[in-house]
Write a protein that binds this ligand. Structure first.
Ligand code: ATP
Ligand code: MG
Length: 331
């Protein structure tokens, strides 16, 4: 397999700002343990050229943090995210983004577009600054990317507020494409859009993948959407990957009890007459990422957990990180 994206035991912690009580405790010499959120806890994965990997998991499990490290806009605490073998961000005291080969598309297109800039300038700014095109080529380049995302060339003269949410997401996608990326990290790219518009944007991603051969990581809460767009899917739980593999196989026969619970809690997936009665919420609370449980992070919520699960973290082997994986259903 020819991997474009590879992460090697990549990890990211965020320090909590100390509370007033903790600051006072430190002043008098008590306490002093640093509290950190383990947002991403040693993830190794690879994504082949032209492949779409879906990334799913409950809110706060670290999906965006992983995506931002791969895009080179957030430095890892440990490990590395590599693009064609080159780190997405240089290390050291002041890390800098070293890749333009991975671009991100965010959930809220309005927040990511400067309201005072014309669309043409928004799209051309990056590739001109980066030396990929000359200023004299900007107009033609902008027209090309607008057409690619299904917008009229006249859009170049207008401002972000003059467009609908779906159109603004097309503009954000055009801006990303103008950087000539090999890969897109799409972080909940349709979550803020009207349901009727979501399908159009999803179809646009599928078209771009076909026509430009783009590699994608597609982050979404919406399992039916992920199933629709992804070749493979990775399930995250509290900073770790618990299951990864062929999308069709995982959705048909999940091996990790958490994946099973996640699928069971998604009613939309069951509307095709499979088993509407199977819908049940995942039991228990998501543990705090500040204080993740020992062993398997999922053990407190898992019906199969035993003493081993409570003390030893399972490694990801054969696509699943579980001491008691569910049986593979023969196909
Ligand atoms: N800049 C930051 N400073 C401190 N903590 C952060 C920061 N960014 C993320 N976190 C914490 O890291 C954990 C993972 O956050 P992240 O945004 O990656 O989750 P997510 O899976 O994308 O969630 P969602 O589905 O809600 O977008 C959370 O506990 C979050 O509070
Ligand atoms: Mg997120």
């Amino acid at each position: 397999m020819n991997a474009l994206i590879e992460t090697r035991a990549v990890a990211r912690r965020f320090r909590e700002a100390p509370s007033l009580g903790e600051r006072i405790a430190r002043l008098v010499g008590a306490g002093g343990d640093d509290r950190a959120v383990h947002a991403v806890d040693g993830i190794s994965l690879s994504v082949a050229k032209g492949e779409v990997l879906g990334l799913v998991g409950e809110s706060g499990c670290g999906k965006s943090t992983l995506g931002r490290m791969i895009a080179g806009i957030l430095p890892p605490s440990e490990g590395a995210a590599l693009i064609d073998g080159v780190p997405a961000m240089s290390g050291g005291a002041r890390p800098v983004k070293t890749t333009t080969r991975v671009q991100m598309v965010f959930q809220d297109p309005f927040a990511s577009l400067d309201p005072r800039m014309r669309i043409g300038d928004i799209i051309a700014e990056g590739p001109v600054a980066n030396g990929q095109i000359k200023q004299s080529e900007a107009a033609a380049d902008v027209a090309r990317w607008l057409a690619m995302v299904g917008l009229d060339p006249s859009a170049a003269q207008r401002y972000p507020h003059q467009f609908s949410g779906g159109q603004r997401q097309r503009i954000a996608i055009a801006r990303a494409l103008a950087m000539r990326p090999d890969a897109l990290i799409c972080d909940e790219p349709v979550a803020s859009l009207d349901v009727s518009i979501q399908a159009q944007i999803v179809n646009l991603f599928l078209k771009l993948r076909r026509e430009l051969g783009l590699t994608m990581i597609f982050i979404s809460h919406d399992l039916s959407l992920v199933r629709h767009v992804s070749d493979r899917v990775a399930i995250m739980y509290l900073g770790r990957i618990v299951e990864i593999g062929n999308s069709r196989e995982i959705f048909a026969a999940p091996r990790h009890p958490y994946t099973r619970a996640l699928l069971d809690s998604a009613p939309a997936l069951r509307l095709d007459g499979e088993d509407a009665a199977g819908f049940k919420p995942i039991r228990g609370e998501l543990p705090s990422p500040m204080d993740p449980p020992p062993g398997c992070h999922f053990h407190a919520r898992c019906p199969y957990a035993d003493a081993t699960c409570r003390s030893i973290a399972p490694v990801l082997e054969g696509g699943v990180a579980c001491h008691h994986p569910l049986k593979e259903v023969p196909s």
